[in-house]
Design a protein around this ligand. Structure first.
Ligand SMILES: [Zn+2]
Length: 310
């Protein structure tokens, strides 16, 4: 798994908390002088100022104190988790923890609902985040980088004979198809493309530098990579041309990259038939393909793809 998401910084004071999560335990500092539970971890008791603290395991059971659903990523790297349920959970010991809810549909989330911990291993080094889900849920949290490979709903496919010029021209229109399946463009894929193409400019390959000094708050995919990923997206065109001997990709009349695809984004595509032309060499069909980051209004790639049927 590859991710550019910022990871928690384990300090001397907080180390037992993070180590506990790695082994599936929620452990909290507690004051030996007054019995007060403490979170976040710190040197002193925030009730009586004593420095006499000890770590104690707790069940992790709690209630939802408050939450918000965010549909715009706080960093580009979180684009694959939208919408995110950012929450404050009050454990039964009284401490409140900033976290995210997982495995709950939007309409299942209620302030005050009972929650249990989910130990979500996110780093190759075993780094584990504390998330929460409903007490009645048994599902594992979704892997942030798992491709959302849902097939689009089936559409009726019309067969059009390449010799039937009127039927071909009838395909031309302004309306776009429904969206294709979604594909995750993660840093690993971008790195592979950088190696393959030789374009290893830092805006694509250096997450730290891109976060610090880049214009997009993180790395972005190569426009050419997003363009070729069209092969992974099945666009529900609704027609199929038949009766030709040979079909070739004749190139593009227009290729534009109007907006970036941040690493970790999910993308999908849709298309419309822009033009049908009879040429000496055969019949040319121009398909205007738009690839977008899921939820983004502006396309990331516009490709007027010319297909030649002979
Ligand atoms: Zn105390």
């Amino acid at each position: 798994m590859s991710t550019n998401k910022p990871m928690p910084a384990r300090t001397d004071i907080s180390a037992p908390f993070w180590d506990g999560l790695k082994s599936g335990r929620v452990t909290l500092p507690r004051c030996r002088s007054c019995g007060h539970w403490i979170f976040y971890p710190r040197r002193h008791c925030d009730a009586c100022w004593s420095h006499d603290l000890e770590w104690q395991d707790v069940s992790g059971a709690g209630s939802l104190y408050t939450y918000t659903l965010t549909r715009i990523p706080t960093l580009p790297d979180f684009a694959d988790e939208m919408p995110q349920a950012l929450a404050v959970v009050e454990l039964d010991q009284g401490v409140r923890i900033n976290t995210t809810l997982v495995g709950l549909a939007e309409d299942e989330i209620r302030v005050g609902m009972r929650l249990k911990p989910v130990f979500d291993q996110v780093g190759g080094d075993g780094t584990t985040l504390l998330r929460f889900t409903g007490v009645d849920k048994t599902i594992a949290p979704p892997l942030p980088d798992a491709p959302a490979a849902e097939a689009p709903p089936p559409v009726a496919v019309t067969r059009v004979a390449v010799s039937d010029e009127a039927a071909l021209r009838a395909l031309v229109g302004e309306a776009f198809t429904a969206w294709s399946n979604e594909v995750v463009v993660d840093q690993a894929l971008i790195d592979e493309f950088a190696r393959l193409s030789g374009d290893d400019y830092w805006i694509h390959t250096d997450p730290d530098k891109a976060r610090r000094s880049g214009p997009f708050g993180g790395t972005i995919a190569h426009g050419a990579l997003v363009q070729v990923l069209q092969s992974r997206m099945k666009i529900p065109l609704g027609f199929e041309v038949a009766g030709f001997t040979n079909m070739v990709n004749y190139g593009s009349d227009r290729l534009r990259f109007p907006s970036p695809v941040p690493a970790g984004s999910r993308i999908h595509a849709r298309a419309r038939v822009k033009r049908v032309e009879r040429q000496k060499s055969g019949t040319q069909l121009t398909l205007e393909v738009h690839t977008h980051v899921v939820g983004a209004e502006r396309p990331s790639v516009i490709n007027d793809l010319v297909i030649l049927y002979m």
